[in-house]
Design a protein. Sequence first.
Length: 372
Amino acid sequence: MKKWPSIIEQGDDSGWTPLHIAAHMGNKEFVKLLLEKLVLEKDMSPAYVRNEEGLSVLHIAAKKGNVDVMEQLMEACPDMSELLDKKGRNVLHAAAESGMSEVFRFFKGAEFGSLINEQDEEGNTPMHLVAINGHHWNVLHTSVQLNITNDEGFTNMDYFLLEDKLQDMSPLWWKGCRPSLRGALLKMGIRSLDPRSKRKLAVDVVGDDKSKGKEGSVSDFWKRMSEANLLVVTLIATVTFAAAFTMPGGYNQNESENGDAGLAVLRKRTAFGVFLIANTLAFGLSTTSVFLHFFASATIKDDTFHKKVARRISFYTNWSIGALLLAFIAGTYTVVPHSLGITVAVLLCGCFLSNMLFPLSIKKEEKLLFEN
């Protein structure tokens, strides 16, 4: 290095400098020598050089699990952990992809808390990459946020859930991690509701028709219809339950002699009564559908019985949708009774949708319900 002092900055065709190579090989003595030279020259910029893939010296050391080298690098360049590669990934992303749990332990301090939750260009945190690559270790920082979703809408638990890796899910569950809605849908097999899986579903259905015949495809149809209805009524039950405690117009917060404190402000309006009845009806029908679904799946194992239950669930689902639509119209009318233009627009839109879609759906479901 005395003869060619600039060699420390020069890279090969892939952009690898001597410091990159030393970090990759875990040669801490040579890394120490190079860093000491940079310190003497008061120019640490060569330590921050990235190769053609955008990997810094710290990324490369992390991918190989060379913690001793990483310790030397962080001591000489404390802000090196902020470097990102061309995919927007930090040092923990590199370690997660390679399965180097010891790197996570090295960066477990509070000063590195943001690294564990940092997302790359695809929205993946380091914990996402741990799950995606199927690693079986669990090093959780105190500041880790386990329910962050990536660009595909998945939390890191979704990847364990889809692979049925229960031993990896358990510690995450107790730490508060939950699967996302899309991950739960894919696990349930409702790919028809996921646009990114729609094409795959069509191929699967064609394959089922050829391999199982007409009887198998019909059975799959009722199963998919039942599962789709379960999703819809669960959402309706959730929405209507929440609406029962967040009334249109809110609640009276003022103490009064009439004892009105805590009561709904608009309770005396007729439209409010319509909203309350329609919302209660939608909640009752949707919860009945949920109960029927679980009752059928947990008791009788007869296909004919399940078909009859599926017809009734679909019938109740349509009526709960209609009641939910009525509750929306009534609730909107309740809070804007003095705005004639907005009121008319809401009523016309609601009536148009209900008249065009709801009768057609009910007619179809009544045919399914009463057919032999």
